[in-house]
Design a protein around this ligand. Sequence first.
Ligand code: SF4
Length: 433
Amino acid sequence: MSDSNPPRTATALPPIDQAPAVEAPSSGPLPLLGMELSNFETLAKESGLPPFAARQIAKWVYEKRIFDPEAMTDLPKRGRERLAALVVSGAHAPVKATTSRDGTKKYLFATEVGRIPPNAPRLAPPPAAATATTTTTPNSAPPPAAATFAPPSATASAPPPASTSAPPSSTAQTRFIEAAYIPDRDRATLCVSSQVGCKMGCLFCSTGRMGFHGQLSVQEILNQIVSIPKSASLTNVVYMGMGEPFDNLDNVLATLRVLCAPWGFAWSPRRITVSTVGVLPGLRRFLDESECHLAVSLHSPFHDERRALMPVEAAYALPELIGMIRSFDFGRQRRISFEYILFEGLNDSSRHINEIARLLNGVNCRFNLIAFHAIPDVPFRPASRQRLEWFRDELGRKGFTATIRASRGEDILAACGLLSTRELSSRQEAGQI
Ligand code: SF4
């Protein structure tokens, strides 16, 4: 959309210098959000709690969304106090929300690139001596001052509690990431980001144009899901926001484990779709280690044309990508889809249809055809509705199921990366960061 169209509704939340800390310092209290069962087990041990308390804590965090140890009433009081000294919630509200006239909502979350290493170690088992001290002499020393907790808030964010804030390092820089909430009849889908910016440099993508600024932690990815106001109504999550999920694979896989594990959100993996441009090493691990749906950005079946649109094609060419997909047994439940943005006069011909049919002959897949959201300084034009329908029907004649994805939130800069870029510029101009 053009810059002259203001968002329909924009809810300004506190300036970034009042936004809650994104992540606890690595030497201080650890964020509960993002922990896995093994982390909770270590935490229970360090808090002098029995091993089964690990599942109790996980249940409070992921099922009940209670992050304050004091409120975990089935734990002994002394254990709750010790636990409170070790952890912070890790959840923080978005700094801005924008609503489209079609009901799509876009949320901006602040993140500080550079303060925490991209893959900072998470809670590790303590050294044996330290564990012995903690567990055998629980009353020998008073616990440090209890952490103050800030459960996710729908509308406001408080100043950061002292225990969660850390002075930004000299290299820390505030950036913004986006999550889009898309209601549609009985479904509500959240599109989440996995990176701050992206290395992949796809020509048509606003996030690609901002460059790469850092990986999102497990906590920061999950925070998008738990800290939006309508979190409880979500039926689906798609990893199609800022970044290439398979370029942050360890953290993305960890979030999938938390979302699908019985001790976590206990979601069916069929509610989750992860999208990729085709980073093959990541794709292999994703296929082996998760059961979630896969979406592959295709956009052209021809090597040279796709390479011009998507530099990843130079490293991982389509024949290898399709070969890997062919070699994997998706079963009957797991779905593979191809995303295809139609650009007028570029990738919307019968030549493209024929090559797609040749390339994917016998692959059980479906197509999502997407109308291009125009972005500033990108010369491509969206294909017409008539062309989209023709392309869909032609794919159908070749035996593929193809649907046209409804264009949502165009009036709020729904193309991924636009809103965060705009927010960064306006806050920089206002001298807020
Ligand atoms: S389309 Fe996806 S992979 Fe490509 S630059 Fe944008 S965010 Fe990165």
